[in-house]
Write a new protein. Sequence first.
Length: 55
Amino acid sequence: MFGIFKKKSEKEKLQVQYEKLLKEAHTLSTTNRKMSDQKTFEAEEVMKKIEQLNS
């Protein structure tokens, strides 16, 4: 009930960003391979940040 007031942690924000980038990369993979590769790279960088937060 009071979850609406809870702020997302840094890790949760990064996970949402990671998923968004992967979805964009998948969508672009059929039309623009170079942009798809760029989005995949950005997603990998976000994943590295998530892993750093875990350790």
